[in-house]
Structure formats: structure tokens, C-alpha cells
Design a protein around this ligand. Sequence first.
Ligand SMILES: O=C(O)CCC(=O)C(=O)O
Ligand SMILES: [Fe+2]
Length: 226
Amino acid sequence: MNSNWKRQRRSRGSSVLVYSAVSAYIEAVRELACELLDLLAEGLWVPDRSVFSRLIRDVDSDSIIRLNHYPPMPMLCQDKDSSPCNQNKVGFGEHSDPQILTILRSNDVGGLQISLNDGAWVPVTPDPATFCVNVGDLLQAMTNGRFVSVRHKALTNSSKSRLSMAYFAAPPPDARITVPPEMISPTKPALYKPFTWGEFKKAAFALRLGDSRLGLFRMECDEQVA
Ligand SMILES: O=C(O)CCC(=O)C(=O)O
Ligand SMILES: [Fe+2]
């Protein structure tokens, strides 16, 4: 057995291990996302409690996982008075996640911030043992605005690497994004036109990261149906 062959076998062995660890992780977080969506439907008094999770369980679901690495970025810049800039650099710009739900985990290095209604940015305490769950744009549309997709960004740390792992739960590309009829009434008319996830993704790609995409699908006042 030459050493090259042994090395190849070892490396194939470790890719199989990584593949099976990532697959098991994806399966577990998909299950978590489905359970959360079922509870959410129940809390909204929607009789069909799997109305949202069904989209993620579909074999053609477009869910993805993303691993983010933010290397340390020293605060080296200087302002006009030549005092050091006391600001962390942006690693991932302000945005909302376009999908249904995001299950996010990170190492113990902070950086994630969420935006409140008044525009203030609030840091999320990093904890490798907890998940951060983000409402995505599709959930906002499917709940007729009851749940609002959260704007967030990630800053780099000046001395440590931040790692995060995000599972984005999404429907199949041709799935129609509609609101359960129970959530529409004369006092709460439909806010968004029906669209497919494929159409939404296409629109999102044509915009910048921080742009609001749902605005493109908003009903005009005279179109709103109860
Ligand atoms: O790294 C983070 O904490 C945020 C990442 C993120 O927002 C994303 O991947 O969409
Ligand atoms: Fe995000």
C-alpha cells in the first residue's frame, strides 16, 4: 500500500464522515423547523397545522445550508483626528432572509445583530448551545404580515474568527406562496399577491442584499381582497 493511496483513502474516509455529519445535522434542523412551523400554525388557529411545514418536507424543497466564516478584522482604520475607529467591520450586510425560516447557530464569537422597529441594532448573545430562529420573507407573506421577517447583519470581531451555520427552510421553486384563508378577513385583507418561490427568488436576485423584496409583491389598496 503506497502512502499516496493511504492518504487518498483517509481523505475519502473523512469526506464521508463530513457528509454524514452534515446530512444528519440538516435532517435534525429540518425537523426542528417543521415542529416550530406546526406550533406557529396552531398558535395562529389555522386548522391545518402542517400548512407551512409541508412545504419544507416536500422532496423538491429548495432548503439550503450555508456555512459562514468571518476572519478576525482588526480595527485599523483611522478617522480625521487619527484616533482609531472604534467600530467592527460589517461581515454580512443588513438584510432579511428570503426563505420561510432560518435556523442559525454560531460559535461563541458575537457579531449577529437584529434591527428593532425603531431602527436600533441589538446584538444577539452568541451561544453555541442555542439556535437563533429568524422569520423569513415567505413566512411574513404566508402569515399575511402577522410574523415579520427580521432584518439582521453580522459584524466581524477584531481578534477572533466567527463561524455560523444557517439552515434556510424553503419551499419547492414552483410552490405557490399563499395565506391560509382563515388569516384573511375584511379587517385583515390580503397584503400580498400570490407568487411562487421561484418568482420571488428571481426578483430577489435582481435586487441588492439589503433591498426589501416583499414590497414588489404587495397588493395595491384597490386590489386588496378580504
Ligand atoms: O453569521 C451570522 O450570524 C448571520 C448570517 C446570515 O445572516 C445569513 O447567512 O443569512
Ligand atoms: Fe441572514
